[in-house]
Design a protein around this ligand. Structure first.
Ligand code: PMP
Length: 283
């Protein structure tokens, strides 16, 4: 079995997991999502993902009519039934199906989906040697803190990275580095760690937050401040954070070598602490 699916609280076969052609997720991208990682049967901050989903729902005036407790129970049940020890849980909630009109319909019920898939770890050499990134203009809207399914700008950016043989595309809005197509960006200069502040221009990553806690525990110097593209190229170390990305060192950007061209000391320490966290956290 490749994927275990619950649609609107019911377990369904892949072939029968279908939604209406007038679902607002399909027509308007009118929905939000989460991707949650399970390590050896333990949830990595499921609680924080649920809090972010609730916040996103409020921001788009979406009533989670099925009940958040119901969702959490369904997620836990689905992971257990899948038998997968290392898994990803994709959760999507849309405003449901209604005749196509921009304004929100009054009597629809949410469509809510849970997909559990087994996760194979990324190649070890990515973490050991680091990977490449490219930079691309951030062409998204200005509410990137909402984890909406409207991801076309992110998809285009990731496709550009793929075509360039790179792992990830790093966004710049004007001259400022915001985040990447599916991860947050950190850089280290002279022992100081910088990352874009958690405002409306980036997704407030769960992994980003876990890494901020690691940084504080290590007494590293942290600056949640914007930095320019130029500063990114002058960095000693650059790394990404994300649920599926984990903590990933970047050693080359737009063909230019970052630092010594190998994962830096601070990045390695954060990766090590992050790995340990994935072996303990279960909430
Ligand atoms: N930024 C963007 C644009 C993303 O899509 C993701 C991955 N969902 C992240 C950052 C990282 O967030 P998280 O650590 O919660 O997975």
């Amino acid at each position: 079995m490749d994927a275990l699916i619950y649609l609107n609280g019911e377990k369904v076969d892949y072939e029968n997991a279908k939604v209406s052609v007038e679902d607002r997720g399909f027509l308007f991208g009118d929905g939000i999502y989460e991707v949650i990682r399970v390590y050896n049967g333990r949830f990595f901050y499921l609680n924080r993902h649920i809090e972010r989903l609730k916040k996103g729902a409020e921001q788009i005036y979406l009533d989670l009519d099925f009940g958040v407790e119901n969702l959490v129970e369904t997620i836990k049940k689905a992971v257990k039934e899948s038998g997968f020890k290392d898994a990803s849980v994709y959760v999507q909630v849309t405003r449901g199906a209604a005749p196509r009109q921009h304004a929100f319909p009054s009597n629809t019920k949410c469509t809510w989906l849970v997909i559990v898939r087994e996760v194979k770890p990324q190649p070890q050499e990515y973490y050991e040697n680091g990977v490449m990134a490219i930079t691309v203009p951030d062409e998204r809207w200005t509410r990137c803190n909402i984890k909406t399914v409207q991801l076309l700008a992110n998809c285009i950016a990731k496709e550009k990275a793929k075509r360039a043989g790179a792992y990830e595309a790093i966004f710049h809005r004007g001259d400022i580095i915001t985040e990447a197509s599916s991860s947050n960006v950190f850089m280290v200069k002279d022992g100081k760690i910088f990352t874009h502040p958690a405002n409306n221009l980036i997704l407030h990553g769960i992994t980003r937050y876990a890494v901020l806690e690691i940084i504080k525990n290590n007494n590293f110097e942290l600056y949640e401040e914007t930095f320019s593209k130029e500063k990114l190229f002058e960095a000693d170390e650059v790394f990404l954070t994300g649920t599926m990305t984990e903590v990933m060192p970047i050693v080359k950007i737009d063909g230019k070598i970052i630092g010594d061209g190998v994962p830096g000391k601070i990045t390695m320490k954060i990766m090590e602490d992050f790995r340990r966290l994935t072996e303990t956290i279960d909430c």
